[in-house]
Design a protein around this ligand. Structure first.
Ligand code: ZN
Ligand code: MN
Length: 501
């Protein structure tokens, strides 16, 4: 039964739980010395330990522990003086040991929080998301199903396995239940993953590339009738791999759950997959309970017991928080809250900052990234950062407009040309033959010509009827093929006809 989002939120109260897996950017794997570089030839970055060969013994990667502690501190967690690894047992072909070495009941970081500022249609709202735990584990290998139409195991002739990814350090960050977000739930989910991504990037612990799977989000969603305390049954949408999809997947699940509940049925506890093309989720497997994994402490690894001094050393080296950085930039650029939120929301803050560092005026740089460039990014449904225009290009365009070598209108076309791969701003200007006619002589010649062609109009302007000047300005712009600065034409024309404005 289809139900609108507005109807969902008048009847139901959404509760979220977000689990984010992050691949750490360490040079070697979690428990062995194998390389972690992305995209290597299949099965070239493996050894007896990460292939789970009998008799091999794991050793914990110290850098991975350091990175995880840094993440925990940045998320306001307490760091456990003593934590352990466990075996999470299950059979899957891409996991050579048939268990994942993970932290279970003794995670390294617990009880943190992350404060969010979320841009909504009702202005900027603040939410605190509480963090339950941050723990270390390892990634699995990758299966490639060959021969089917969809690339899925169903219908495939055979499957190939690549264990290069098996054993890459992963950190899992789990929130407590997120309640009280109401209709903003999808936006809060997206803002959380985004803020987390920015923090992780700032820490330098991961390349946080969602499209390559180095940061992926599992979104647990449940609904309960408004006013009800008891939690509803949740679904878990796995491995959502873009910020936009996080928002869409939560919204889609809220609508789907409400439809089921509205017809008097029960939501099934299961994992789901989100499909970017349809915007819908489909069922995965029904969810295992923790006991199905037969967790037990890993006998081959010693406990992790970081010293207080080491933890404090890591804390002292933490970089500026993204929220502090935003405040600093907002002050430096004198930007109103709403504009600041718009930049954060469009994910162009880094791009604007970079453009400003390269000499662009903050207001002008912001105008381009939030204006023409954002428009094209929206149209093509990609983030602005993925368009082939750089902060350097934007700084150049701002400079050329400032010097009067480009009009705003031409500059917009230059932006489009750069994005379409026609080269640098200068190359686009050259190739398209853009040259602003700003030299007074050339403009005056065109003005004289326009006056001569429409003497009656010129007479009206001389008599003080200023609006009539529009026809003459239009003629001049036509004569100069749109490459004249319109405001300059206007003032020169009025001066010529004895008017000032
Ligand atoms: Zn290895
Ligand atoms: Mn996990």
């Amino acid at each position: 039964m289809a139900i609108s989002y507005d109807e969902v939120i008048t009847k139901y109260d959404p509760v979220l739980g977000l689990e984010v897996h992050v691949e750490l950017g360490t040079a070697s794997k979690m428990f062995c010395g194998c390389a972690t570089v992305f995209g290597g030839e299949p099965n070239t970055q493996v050894c007896p330990v990460c292939l789970g060969l009998p008799g091999s013994l794991p050793v914990v990667n110290g850098k991975a522990i350091e990175y995880t502690i840094a993440i925990g501190l940045a998320l306001n967690c307490s760091i456990a003086p003593f934590s352990r690894f466990a075996r999470k047992n299950y059979f899957y072909p891409d996991m050579p040991k048939n268990f994942q070495t993970s932290q279970y009941d003794e995670p390294i970081c617990v009880n943190g929080y992350l404060d969010l500022e979320v841009e909504t249609e009702d202005g900027v709202k603040e939410f605190r998301v509480e963090i339950e735990r941050v723990h270390m584990e390892e990634d699995t290998g990758k299966s490639l199903h060959v021969g089917g139409a969809t690339g899925r195991i169903h219908g495939a002739d055979y499957s190939l396995l690549d264990y290069n990814r098996a054993g890459i350090p992963l950190v899992e960050i789990v929130t407590k239940t997120i309640e009280g977000t109401g209709k903003y739930a999808p936006l809060v989910a997206k803002a959380y993953v985004k803020e987390l991504r920015d923090i992780l990037r700032g820490l330098g612990v991961s390349d946080v590339k969602m499209e390559q799977g180095s940061l992926r989000c599992d979104a647990n969603v449940s609904l309960r009738p408004v006013g009800e305390k008891k939690l509803g049954i949740r679904s878990e949408t796995k491995n959502v791999n873009s910020l936009r999809s996080v928002e869409r997947a939560v919204r889609a699940e809220m609508i789907r759950h409400a439809g089921i509940l509205g017809s008097g049925e029960r939501v099934k506890q299961e994992t789901r997959h989100f499909h970017e093309n349809t915007g819908e989720t489909t069922p995965g497997r029904s969810k295992e309970q923790a006991e199905d994994y037969r967790y037990f402490p890993e006998p081959d690894l010693v406990p992790v017991a970081p010293s207080k001094e080491w933890i404090e050393e890591i804390r002292a080296r933490l970089p500026e928080r993204p929220s502090d950085r935003r405040k600093r930039l907002q002050d430096a650029w004198a930007v109103p809250d709403k504009e600041m939120a718009a930049m954060v929301n469009a994910d162009v803050l880094d791009l604007v900052e970079e453009s400003v560092k390269l000499g662009a005026d903050p207001t002008k740089a912001r105008g381009w990234w939030l204006g023409e460039i954002a428009r094209i990014a929206n149209e093509r449904e990609v983030p602005a950062s993925e368009l082939s225009i750089s902060p350097k290009d934007v700084a150049k365009i701002v400079e050329l407009v400032g010097k009067g070598e480009l009009t705003d209108k031409l500059a917009r076309q230059v932006v489009e040309g750069v994005i379409n791969g026609e080269g640098s701003p200068q190359e686009v200007i050259e190739a398209r033959g853009f040259k602003v006619v700003s030299d007074d002589g050339a403009l005056l010649a065109a003005i004289e010509k326009a006056i001569a062609a429409q003497p009656d109009v010129a007479e009206k302007v001389r008599d003080g009827h200023i609006p009539a000047a529009g026809a003459l300005i239009g003629a001049v712009m036509k004569e100069t093929k749109g490459q004249a600065d319109a405001s300059k034409v206007r003032s020169l024309l009025l001066k010529t006809l004895g008017q000032s404005e």
